[in-house]
Design a protein around this ligand. Structure first.
Ligand code: ATR
Length: 276
């Protein structure tokens, strides 16, 4: 697709964004559907200045990544009620008000949708029990999605205080990491960075415990087959790799920006190609 005067502008703001896989994913989808849109990475230090620049330059749909997902809320005109409850935004939609031509920037959160859709490929969430390792932003999105879908959530975390705080916010239970061997659940989700390159032999849970779960999802995607997922598959668990949540949160963004279903297979292939 030729970039011209009618090309609609998309992108991602964060710091850093050099290694983001989102440009490959969204540009592949735009190309496959012959949409005259382009998605660019933009390193932004100050989210308020970033949002002002997006308005000025006429961007219409933008992703937000670390470290701005929470601080950006103060710079927005409107916040989707669910994003407001989570206190984090990963998606912006910019539109012109008809009467005044004023640009309205609205924030959404699709991370929790991405997590739910990734898990729902392999299990029924309503009525299930899921152990989530970690208590950062990713754990919050995963836990929120699970609670919305009617699952019981158990949080465990290296730093107990932080884990207890998230569990209390989610109305979930907390298990100290030292007692995690007693937990049996339908699924396990790793939301920590343990196992990420270069420390690929690291594993967030004793592999001897993986038989306690039917489904294991990792949000780490580099490498794609983490040691956690390999050990889980070896004991017969169903596994969900780290590209699944990235793909589905991106698909939900695409629907917000365009109103249409994105080509998931094209997006998944673009992510895989970008990784190798
Ligand atoms: P994000 O927003 O991406 O989730 P974060 O807020 O830095 O990132 O959270 C990282 C999570 O990974 C935390 O739960 C962290 O545990 P602590 O709360 O104890 O810091 C967890 N984490 C990171 N490295 C870890 C490691 N080596 N072992 C265990 N947990 C780890």
């Amino acid at each position: 697709m030729q970039i011209d005067g009618k090309t609609l502008l998309h992108g991602i703001i964060g710091n850093p964004v050099r290694h983001s896989l989102s440009p490959a994913m969204h540009n592949a989808a735009f190309a496959a559907l012959e949409m005259n849109r382009v998605y660019v990475p933009m390193e932004v230090a100050d989210p308020r200045e970033g949002v002002a620049a997006l308005r000025t330059l006429g961007f219409i749909g933008v992703s937000v990544t670390v470290p701005h997902k929470e601080t950006i809320l103060a710079a927005l005109d409107e916040i989707d009620p669910v994003a407001s409850r989570i206190g984090a935004v990963n998606t912006l939609l910019l539109r012109k008000k008809e009467e005044t031509e004023e640009i309205i920037v609205r924030g959404f959160n699709t991370d929790w949708v991405g997590s739910n859709m990734a898990l729902a490929e392999k299990m029924r969430l309503a009525g299930s029990k899921v152990l989530v390792i970690g208590a950062g932003g990713a754990a919050k999105a995963v836990g929120f999605g699970l609670r919305e879908a009617g699952a019981a959530v158990i949080i465990t975390n290296r730093t107990e205080q932080r884990g207890r705080e998230l569990a209390s916010w989610l109305d979930a239970s907390f298990v100290p990491f030292a007692e995690v061997d007693a937990v049996r659940a339908d699924a396990l989700v790793n939301t920590t960075s343990v196992g990420m390159e270069p420390d690929v032999e690291a594993i967030p849970l004793d592999p001897g415990l993986l038989g306690h779960f039917k489904v294991v999802m990792d949000i780490v995607y580099a490498p794609l087959q983490t040691r956690l997922l390999r050990e889980a598959a070896a004991v017969g668990c169903q596994t969900i790799d780290g590209l699944a949540m990235l793909l589905y949160q991106g698909a939900a963004q695409f629907r917000i920006w365009t109103g249409i279903q994105p080509p998931l297979d094209v997006m998944r292939r673009a992510l895989e190609e970008e990784l190798c």
